[in-house]
Design a protein around this ligand. Sequence first.
Ligand SMILES: Cc1ncc(COP(=O)(O)O)c(C=O)c1O
Length: 444
Amino acid sequence: MTLLDHIWPTTATINSYGHLTINGCDVVALAHQYETPLYLLDAATISQHCRTYHEALQHGYCGTSSIHYASKALLNTAVAQFMAAEGLGLDVVSGGELYIALRAGVPAANMHLHGNVKTRAELEMALEAGVGRIVVDTLDELALLSQLTSHHSQPQAIMLRLAPGIDADTHAYIATGHEESKFGLPLAVFGEAVDHIRESPGLRLSGLHVHLGSQLFDDRPFVQAIELLLDRASWLRATFDITIDTISPGGGIGVAYTTEQAYNIHMWAQQVGRALEAGCAARGLPLPKLVIEPGRSIIARAGVALYSVVATKAAPQRPRYLHIDGGMADNIRPALYQAKYAALLANRAHENPVEQVHVAGRFCESGDVLLRDVALPYATSGDLLALASSGAYTLSMASNYNQVPRPALLLVESGTATLIQRRETYADLIIRDSALPVREKGLG
Ligand SMILES: Cc1ncc(COP(=O)(O)O)c(C=O)c1O
């Protein structure tokens, strides 16, 4: 298509009008019909990523495996249904995510409940629904779960999420496996956690888990984590005759946003699979089920965000600003951790860049600049800006800051766009509000 093909959905092309098209849909026409900001998801790209994971695990690991989509990356009813149809389970981290997934018809048994904070109500909801596994993050959570399940006739399968003290190379805000991380049980309390489980008839220790961070491009920390988990698995077997059936190295596989190359999923699965097979053989352990939890690498590239350029601002000797009709409230990543994106003008996608501009969001924060120094054709108000790799951690983190309604989301498939989440309305903004009773003025 153009420079940086690998960051746009696999079906992206430019048509004879010079418009960006995704999976047979002219995005300029979609922007006119549905208004901007608008998010598109390419069904073919998601399916391809799911297929790649299935194949990579089949070739890379001799044992059984399953893929749990980390729904925090992006979730609504249609996305949950789509993932289930692709043969993926779901990783959910809140009562809200669990609710949406259940309402979408995803079997609870195919879900894992995660999170460093799970309230009593959320644990009760998960137990009642029958989620496949609860991934325990703290000793307090373990104590509560033990109490909540004490009368259960069938023990609840749980996994222990460990904080492995492994520093993966990524932004501090998305690193999760280091020693000071708020996530996971410190290794020092592993024995205590196991004692607690052994004294809890309502709990069964099914597996061990780590998640090292997001946007990772190096398999060494994953291999290190597998070794660390297998050492604990071996100790459990030798000491208590407990054989765990599941190991999860989490998610975190890196994707391309600008010039970087996405992490090769086949190579990643091979390294992880090999480490698991060799590690089990060396310790005399049976092969556990390998559960992985990719979020970003399933959905980021499938997403394109469309914004209208509403105004521009020029200052001498400085890049011009393009002011767009969205920004940090639909995509917080640049403001939160300086995430980088690439963009093009979707209505003039065949034109070459002629200047470097900053793309400023509409929200009342100076930090609301989605892109800095991005090369584009000369843009004016009315142009349509498309941001690549916008499917993950954008709408799922969206807010109503400045009381701006959140954008619509379309699924595009074989020339057809389906509205899977409508744009919010102004009425939605006050749907939870209650007006004060009329108060008379001047009374005492
Ligand atoms: C426990 C867990 N699993 C999976 C993921 C998904 O990570 P990613 O979207 O980078 O694949 C996360 C993200 O933070 C996570 O915390």
